[in-house]
Write a protein that binds this ligand. Structure first.
Ligand code: IMP
Length: 181
């Protein structure tokens, strides 16, 4: 177990990079089967999904496109504030397309619900959802999550795209907040 200090908090190793990559390979394989002939457009949600999106897309072999969009929902460090802003960055029509949302982590689901609500009036053919990490104990919404990398407990995680006050997104492994403080 490796402990690291980020700003004022200590984190310890939780999910290794090998396990992350295995989980992504499994998601990519499923997408390659399910979505072939659908020419999906992947919408990666910045900032958190940048590593997941990059690693996933290297393993997606079907015809597809990717674009990056942004929504802000997490301010205040280690607790969800529920503040959600609008989507920015959709640079091409998604009408009639199969859209696959790529999230870093689904916690309460507030962000995912907001994104789906913003995309629906743009008349995509279907909206599918994919997340690297899913916290079922925190999830409060009904939207089906079609692709899940790894199910995780309701703890504060860091690394592989996830930040603590802007730090730690570049860590290759995922860490958990030590002793919950
Ligand atoms: P939700 O709207 O509650 O589902 O939260 C989604 C967003 O909160 C994610 O895209 C992350 O940016 C952030 N988030 C949720 N849980 C964590 C965590 O454990 N560590 C870091 N960020 C998190």
């Amino acid at each position: 177990m490796r402990t690291i200090k980020v700003l004022d908090k200590e984190f310890e190793t939780f999910i290794t990079k090998d396990k992350i990559q295995q989980a992504i390979a499994a998601v990519a394989e499923k997408m390659n089967n399910d979505l072939k002939d659908k020419d999906p457009i992947f919408l990666a949600i910045l900032n958190g999904s940048f590593l997941f999106a990059a690693d996933l897309m290297k393993k997606v072999t079907i015809e597809s496109e990717i674009t990056f969009i942004k929504v802000a929902s997490y301010h205040g460090g280690i607790s969800t504030t529920g503040i959600v802003k609008n989507l920015i960055g959709i640079d091409k029509p998604i009408s009639g397309r199969t859209v696959v949302i790529l999230e870093d982590i689904v916690d309460t689901g507030i962000t995912l619900e907001k994104i789906v609500a913003e995309l629906t009036p743009m008349n995509p053919k279907e909206i599918l959802t994919a997340t690297m990490l899913y916290k079922p104990e925190a999830y409060t919404k009904d939207i089906k999550i079609d692709y899940i990398g790894l199910v995780v407990p309701n703890a504060f995680l860091l690394g592989y795209g996830l930040d603590y006050n802007g730090k730690g997104r570049n860590l290759e492994d995922i860490y958990v907040l030590k002793n919950n403080h």
